[in-house]
Design a protein around this ligand. Structure first.
Ligand code: ZN
Ligand code: ZN
Length: 117
């Protein structure tokens, strides 16, 4: 399913595909996350890689403000999933990340979740 982000800002990261798949730190070229293709409508990630590089990623397919949801994401085999409908959203490569903040909105239920380290 082809989609086009209406907003896409990448600083200190590269993506394997246009708006999904592996996310790489440009400082050390290691993977820091894996973003699922069709299940998210917005992702805002700030991070500090274990190599010391900092960066951020902001991709959005919508201008709508989604309801912030305080429920934690459900972890299924390292993948963070929506707690409401179990849509897989993002996986972090924890060993390559010092810390991060992530807001991610589920395309299915239109809730926005927060996860950090
Ligand atoms: Zn790095
Ligand atoms: Zn959902």
């Amino acid at each position: 399913m082809a989609r086009s982000p209406i907003k896409k800002q990448l600083n200190g990261v590269t993506l394997l595909k246009e708006y999904a798949s592996w996310v790489y730190c440009t400082g050390c070229k290691k993977t820091i996350a894996y973003l699922c293709y069709i299940t998210y409508d917005k992702c805002h990630l700030d991070f500090e890689c274990s190599c010391g590089s900092k960066g951020n990623l902001y991709i959005s397919f919508t201008n709508a403000d989604y309801a912030p949801n305080k429920h934690p994401l459900t972890i299924v085999k390292n993948r963070l999933c929506c707690p409401t409908d179990q849509s897989p959203l993002i996986t972090f490569v924890e060993k390559n990340l010092m810390h991060y903040n992530c807001h991610i909105a589920c395309a299915s239920c239109k809730n926005e979740f927060f996860h950090n380290k």
